[in-house]
Ligand binder design. Structure first.
Ligand SMILES: C[S@@+](CC[C@H](N)C(=O)[O-])C[C@H]1O[C@@H](n2cnc3c(N)ncnc32)[C@H](O)[C@@H]1O
Length: 283
């Protein structure tokens, strides 16, 4: 399933526009070649490498731990090149990948997965009926507002649904403006992206009517399964305030202050220079 020619800015009332950045060349080129380098670049120049090679490979042991927990109809949100949607289809499961990147949707389809070029914030097929929603490879960061995203999943999924989300393996709760960067001068449009460790995910889940029912880790990757929290009179507390947090610089959470650790930012080169690390250039 692929929608061609939809105007980029066409959004239903109350929905957010599709981020242009993931539809641009640095990401499309990386998916076409199946490899990076590709980074998220913060406005202060710090870089977070994106694991394009792993995204374009077959599901690994950590992915298998996610696939084993999928139940019923599965919505893979931000499916990227589609290794999970395709693996589910190959197992005869009902699975749909959605992604704002036409290149990602095309690659998912080539692998045999079903995919739709659509933002999670736009109307989706099967609204209110999905049994499992996946937010893998950092996709809890989509839109830069995990509370809005988890709230949206409350209406996308069915009453007994599970959300499986991948967290950053450090204690971080940040939202910042980033651009996709191929390390050789091609930069995408700025967009907001969030990164959550497990502790922050608990809190964002709590205020959006979800709770963490299981946490596990495979090969250094950290996952959590969320279920709907039984309603109580005090439900609906204020959000944890990931974004915006005017009193805190992006990436100044405990996780991002530690370097090097998996999933941490590192100082990037100044624009126009090589790709090597440049101590003291940022952060
Ligand atoms: C960090 S990558 C994850 C890659 C993917 N999970 C995989 O297996 O390769 C984020 C993905 O989310 C997609 N994305 C970004 N914003 C989105 C949105 N609002 N709705 C749906 N997908 C989105 C991007 O195009 C990109 O493919």
């Amino acid at each position: 399933m692929r929608r061609h020619g939809a105007p980029a800015e066409a959004v239903a009332p109350g929905c957010l526009p599709r981020p242009a950045a993931w539809r641009e060349d640095p990401y499309a080129d990386a998916l076409d070649s199946g490899q990076g380098p590709l980074f998220l670049r913060r406005s202060d120049g710090w870089l977070l490498p994106l694991d394009v090679e792993r995204w374009c490979a077959a599901p690994d042991a950590a992915d298998q731990s996610v696939l084993a927990r999928c139940r019923g109809a599965v919505l893979d949100i931000g499916c990227g090149p589609g290794r999970l949607a395709a693996a589910l289809a190959a197992r005869g499961r009902r699975a749909l990948g959605i992604d704002v990147s036409p290149a990602a949707v095309a690659r998912t389809e080539r692998l045999g997965g079903l995919a739709l070029c659509r933002s999670v914030f736009e109307p989706l097929p099967g609204e209110g009926r999905w049994d499992t929603a996946l937010l893998i490879d950092g996709n809890i960061g989509i839109g830069g507002d995990p509370t809005a995203l988890l709230g949206r999943l409350g209406s996308v999924t069915g009453p007994a649904a599970r959300v499986i989300a991948e967290c950053v393996p450090v204690d971080v709760d940040e939202c910042c403006e980033v651009r996709l960067d191929n390390g050789s001068g091609a930069l995408g449009e700025p967009f907001t992206w969030a990164r959550l460790g497990a502790r922050a995910l608990h809190e964002h889940a709590r205020v959006t009517g979800w709770h963490v029912t299981e946490e596990w880790s495979v090969a250094g990757r950290v996952f959590a399964e969320l279920s709907r929290r039984p309603q109580t009179p005090s439900s609906g507390a204020r959000g944890p305030g990931c974004c915006p947090d005017p009193g805190r610089a992006p990436g100044s959470g405990p996780g991002s202050a530690v370097f090097p650790v998996p999933g941490a930012w590192s100082p990037g080169p100044r624009r126009g220079e090589g790709c090597g690390p440049e101590p003291g250039s940022g952060g």
